[in-house]
Design a protein. Structure first.
Length: 360
């Protein structure tokens, strides 16, 4: 047998090596994250992340009550990403001023970096951090619901109502709306401690079931739980108002309690009712509800205002003037009413929260 020439063997070996490299380069590993995106499949987002549905504008979370005062977070979003976080309410007075000044900027930075509510508490500011994260999650829930509304009314939306203060503690309701119907209702806050634990455990499940069955806030109070029922219905109506404001079906959002303007979807010319977050003042909470049509405020009303003693006189005198000013200005840039400084400040804060939901 003839022996192969050494040069020929070298050429054949080199050709085989080149062919093998070409074959290897033509294959993509199945785990390549780019391959999923090339096929049109985005990698799944982690729970609690900022919605990536093109959400733009400001979103204000619900006020979270802490042992040292209220915390409320506002996010500025661009194309579904958090570009700025700020606390529009935070504990103040005494040592709280120092803790707030030190912790809030760090929490704001952490949110922008994490793009979610999965952030660490600041050492020495446990209560403020917990309240901040709770309000932040509420803002992200609203942004997620808004993004879902932009993709079509058939998508499921999760909406958290405003906190309703009752004689025995706060009540706050979260609903899931899909296909124009309430598919789930739950109380994320309810009175607790002493006998309230028993009343809450007995009444809240029944209120949840009633909300899903009725598809509205027009539900009966549970016997023996009058205050809890009233707070539940108030917060539920607030959540449904938000569903309507974000383009949800009028079946779910427009069949509840009072103050409901007839909505016609999520278009710019639609009439929408938006309820601002509760603003705590030295003399009591203030909460504003506005009706917006064609990009203009057509009606403003205070659904909560300070009451009792001299507050009754101040409220009855100042609130109608603030309502008129809001409609005339078409914004929260209105003058305070003389002699009603705290009420005016709370009114303007809650009004701005409602307009944030409208995207204005």
């Amino acid at each position: 047998m003839r022996k192969s020439h050494p040069v020929r063997r070298a050429v054949l070996a080199g050709a085989a090596t080149v062919s093998g490299i070409v074959l290897l380069l033509s294959l993509k590993p199945a785990s390549d994250p780019g391959s999923a995106q090339a096929a049109g499949q985005a990698p799944p987002a982690a729970a609690g992340q900022a919605p990536q549905g093109g959400v733009n504008g400001a979103v204000t979370g619900d006020a979270a009550q802490t042992q040292y005062g209220a915390v409320q977070v506002r996010l500025t979003m661009s194309n579904g990403k958090i570009t700025q976080a700020e606390a529009v309410q935070a504990p103040k007075g005494g040592r709280s001023d120092q803790i707030t000044a030190s912790s809030v900027p760090r929490l704001n930075q952490a949110v922008v970096a994490a793009q979610s509510a999965e952030i660490d508490a600041v050492s020495g500011a446990t209560y403020t951090s917990a309240g901040y994260k709770k309000s932040l999650q509420s803002a992200l829930d609203k942004a997620k619901a808004s993004g879902g509304a932009q993709q079509g009314a058939g998508g499921a939306q999760t909406l958290t109502g405003d906190v309703a203060q009752t004689q025995y503690g706060p009540v706050q309701v979260r609903v899931t709306v899909a296909g124009g119907k309430i598919t789930k209702a739950e109380a994320v806050q309810a009175p607790k401690g002493g006998r309230s634990d028993q009343i809450t455990s007995s009444s809240v499940p029944r209120l949840n079931q009633a909300a899903v069955a009725a598809g509205s806030a027009d539900i009966d109070a549970v016997s023996g739980a009058t205050y809890t029922s009233a707070g539940y219905k108030k917060s539920l109506q607030s959540a449904l108002d938000k569903a309507k404001a974000q383009g949800g079906s009028s079946q779910a959002a427009g069949s509840g309690g009072g103050g409901r303007a007839a909505g016609s979807g999520g278009g710019q010319a639609a009439t929408r009712t938006l309820t601002g977050s509760v603003a705590q003042t030295q003399y009591g909470p203030v909460q504003v509800r506005v009706t917006v049509a064609g990009g203009k405020i057509t009606k403003a009303e205070a659904v909560q205002a300070p009451k009792g003693g001299r507050s009754d006189q101040i409220t009855s005198s100042s609130v109608p003037r603030l309502n008129q000013a809001a409609v005339a200005a078409g914004s929260a840039d209105i003058d305070s009413v003389s002699g009603a400084t705290y009420t005016s400040a709370g009114y303007k804060k809650s009004l701005q929260s409602a307009l944030d939901q409208a995207g204005g």
